[in-house]
Design a protein around this ligand. Structure first.
Ligand code: PGA
Length: 246
């Protein structure tokens, strides 16, 4: 499976950062064997999509509804209209900051696919849940409740992001990543049939140029969702290079 490396810019970036995006687009062009893209703040999507045609731009969230009285929200169709080709849903920062439930995430995922966007559904346990030995139960529970049964497997990716690894510089052991990705793969096959073998399972949480090669070599790690290290080409390019290695 071709690796997928997606940058998540979170609440970072204004028009002054268009040249930085340009450098990342250029770096991505040097690694054609890797699928890559950037999920930008909604305000930058249209600008980036028109400046860099052919490079995958995405959003970081969408509403479950097509349109209506939802002040401040952005629908999947609006992201698509702005030039996005994908969207992240259920990121742990939204699950905690905005109180999004698995049911909310499922609705967003369905809306995204309905609008023709690829969707990355995020799951991951907190540190307390891992310490209590519940990590796998929590993550598989999130998969069961956040991934719609009727979604189909085309255009679907899962990002396993341990909450305690996001932005902290800490990463789980290779063995723990392997065990979780294996469990997610098995659950996807149970839920979605053979199509579940084709869903890319990304690892996210403090992936960087120094640890990407090791993480991406783990079976069932089909790519990465990158926060801090996606903000500049200098940091993002080594991850793309690691993903390009056979
Ligand atoms: P990080 O963020 O790479 O900065 O840990 C990853 C994410 O939140 O998607």
């Amino acid at each position: 499976m071709q690796k997928l490396i997606v940058g998540n810019w979170k609440m970072n970036g204004t028009s002054a950062d268009i040249p930085a995006i340009g450098k990342i687009v250029q770096a991505a062009g040097g690694h054609k064997s890797v699928d890559s893209g950037l999920c930008l703040p909604a305000t930058l999507i249209e600008r980036a999509a028109s400046e860099f045609p052919g490079f995958a731009i995405g959003g970081q969230d969408c509403h479950a509804a097509e349109k209506g009285a939802h002040t401040g929200c952005v629908s999947a169709g609006m992201l698509k209209d702005a030039g996005a080709g994908m969207v992240i849903v259920g990121h742990s920062e939204r699950r905690s900051d905005q109180g999004e439930s698995d049911a909310d995430v499922q609705g967003k995922a369905r809306a995204a696919r309905g609008a023709g966007l690829d969707v990355i559904i995020c799951v991951g346990e907190t540190e307390a849940e891992r310490d209590a030995g519940k990590a796998e139960d929590i993550v598989l529970g999130q998969i069961d409740a956040s991934v719609p049964d009727d979604l189909g497997t085309g255009g679907l990716a899962i990002a396993y992001e341990p909450v305690w690894a996001i932005g902290t510089g800490r990463v789980p052991s290779g063995g723990d990543v392997a065990a979780m990705h294996d469990a997610i793969r098995k659950r996807l096959i149970e839920r979605l049939g053979q199509g579940g073998t084709q869903v890319r399972i990304l690892y996210g949480g403090s992936m960087n140029g120094g640890n990407a090669a090791e993480l991406l070599a783990i079976p069932n790690v089909d790519g990465g969702l990158i926060g801090g290290a996606s903000l500049s080409a200098d940091k993002f390019e080594p991850i793309l290079a690691a993903a390009a290695r056979p």
